[in-house]
Write a new protein. Structure first.
Ligand code: COA
Length: 199
């Protein structure tokens, strides 16, 4: 059975993952949610106004009262700058399986931050939350997402044709990836824990 701790702070070599705050909304808008280069790889369209982002961040913050809500702001350890988000969602109590999602602002792509955040969240999910399986999918036109899943140890399980229709009304094939807890723990027996102030 899995255990939930909400959204504990996580520290990696270069990142701090923390809860979002209402005051983050403008930065979230500026750094990724208003940017089509990011939203083209997500289901929802880019935000046109910061009020859409305020609404979204307000909803995220209100959901932290649930222990089963795992939604991290990704910040740079050195500067505190907010660069992206990563979350565990769709928890299925019957299987202890869930999904992972992530996005980074364009200027921080291809510097290893996505892989670093994903590895940390897999560690929390498997070693601390006792999840059974973590899955994700990416549209096949977004190979960087598949690459970070591979680097974090997730395996591609297949491709679903026309799995999503994006905000521009285009159907996209998606590659499905997953990793089982037993495989993760075997391969990462000596991984360091990343949670700060973990209870
Ligand atoms: C997906 C995303 C989080 C990756 O984060 P990131 O910090 O750039 O990832 P990393 O730097 O850790 O790794 C990126 C890898 O993809 C590779 N890559 C980047 N663009 C690529 C491309 N067009 N084709 C193939 N590989 C590519 C990089 O070379 C790197 O692999 P390497 O380390 O072997 O060289 C980021 O691109 C993003 O936010 N994209 C928009 C939102 C999104 O796609 N969310 C996920 C939806 S499924």
């Amino acid at each position: 059975m899995s255990t939930y701790f909400g959204t504990p702070p996580i520290e990696t070599d270069r990142l701090i993952l923390r809860k979002f705050e209402l005051s983050d909304a403008q930065t979230v808008f500026d750094h990724w949610l208003s940017d089509e280069r990011v939203s083209d790889n997500r289901i929802s369209p880019a935000h046109q106004t910061v009020s859409e982002t305020i609404e979204r961040v307000t909803k995220i913050v209100s959901e932290y009262k649930s222990e089963e809500f795992c939604y991290w702001a990704i910040t740079l350890k050195e500067s505190g700058e907010l660069i992206g988000e990563i979350d565990l969602y769709d928890f299925d109590q019957a299987t202890d399986n869930c999904q992972v999602g992530y996005s980074l602002g364009f200027q921080w792509w291809n510097q290893g931050y996505g892989t670093e955040a994903l590895r940390a969240v897999l560690e929390i999910g498997f070693r601390h939350m006792n999840l059974h399986k973590i899955s994700a999918s990416h549209n096949t036109g977004n190979p960087a997402s598949g690459r970070i899943m591979s680097k974090a140890g997730m395996l591609q399980e297949g491709i679903i044709r026309d799995m999503i229709r994006n905000a521009k009304n285009q159907y996209k094939d998606c590659a499905i990836y997953g990793i089982l807890q037993e495989d993760y723990l075997k391969k990462n027996a000596n991984a360091q824990t990343y949670i700060l102030n973990f209870i």
